[in-house]
Design a protein around this ligand. Structure first.
Ligand code: PEP
Length: 249
């Protein structure tokens, strides 16, 4: 009942020439009909990528959003502007935003609410560091990250929200959580969401992210609570990304 979703997070990579070549090699229409797909380019390329994706089944997403609706916030981009540029999805609270730019759980919760208010789909990232996993603190960390978001959302319609479980130790390292390790955390996330609203939680898509590749995607996506992937490095390679999308079918 949950459609799988595969999202490519291009991070701060690419150029017009690179993007045109990449999207020229990814099938625009011939992807599994039962799943959804999106790419998240850097802000400056959003409108242009929207044009390149016209007629394609691949949707558009942003990698971040401002914690304000408008005003004197130099360098920031509001959720309404992302909607204006054709975005449907917005990644919120990626671990790089948390660790390199100091985003707190409260910031992530506020941004998630901003995205939902604009009728967009927030992809809320949660995940533990290696030290936290080794200290057996994984579920506590995820619970706190998610709890802050749900505290802000509990009285509004959060049904469009997507959660991405991204263990920090697996992002960009080539080290993937095993399908079983990931499933434990995904089931925990769904249980936490169900404590707020069981019906909504049953339909909430929970993506796995962390070195998803063509050769591990199918095994990850076969887990009962893994509803697709948030893909970094492999989304910059047309063959890899297409194979990951196909694994979601
Ligand atoms: C990410 O950036 O969200 C990510 C999961 O990266 P990678 O796939 O490269 O580990």
């Amino acid at each position: 009942m949950r459609r799988k979703l595969v999202v490519g997070n291009w991070k701060m990579h690419g150029s017009k020439a690179f993007i045109a070549e990449l999207l020229g090699k990814v099938p625009r229409v011939a992807l599994p009909a039962g799943a959804d797909f999106a790419v998240c380019p850097p802000f400056v390329y959003l409108s242009w990528v929207e044009q390149l994706l016209a007629g394609s089944v691949i949707g558009l997403g942003a990698q971040n959003v401002a914690l304000a609706t408008q005003g004197a916030f130099t360098g920031e981009v509001a959720a309404s502007m992302l909607r204006d540029c054709g975005c449907r999805y917005v990644i919120v609270g990626h671990s790089e935003r948390r660790s390199l730019f100091g985003e707190s759980n409260a910031d992530v919760a506020g941004k998630t609410a901003m995205v939902l208010e604009q009728g967009l789909v927030p992809i809320v990232c949660v995940g533990e560091s290696l030290a936290e996993r080794e200290a057996d603190a994984t579920l506590g960390v995820i619970g706190a990250q998610l709890g802050a978001v749900m505290e802000v959302l509990k009285d509004c319609d959060w049904s469009p929200m997507v959660v991405a479980y991204e263990p920090v130790w697996a992002i960009g390292t080539g080290q993937t959580a095993t399908p079983e390790q990931a499933q434990v955390v995904h089931a925990f996330i769904r249980e936490r969401l169900a404590a707020v609203d069981a019906n909504v939680a049953a339909g909430t898509r929970i993506l796995y992210g962390g070195s998803v590749k063509a050769d591990n995607a199918a095994a990850l996506f076969a887990q009962p609570d893994i509803d697709g992937g948030l893909v970094g490095g492999a989304s910059l390679n047309a063959e890899e990304f297409t194979a990951i999308c196909d694994a979601a079918g």
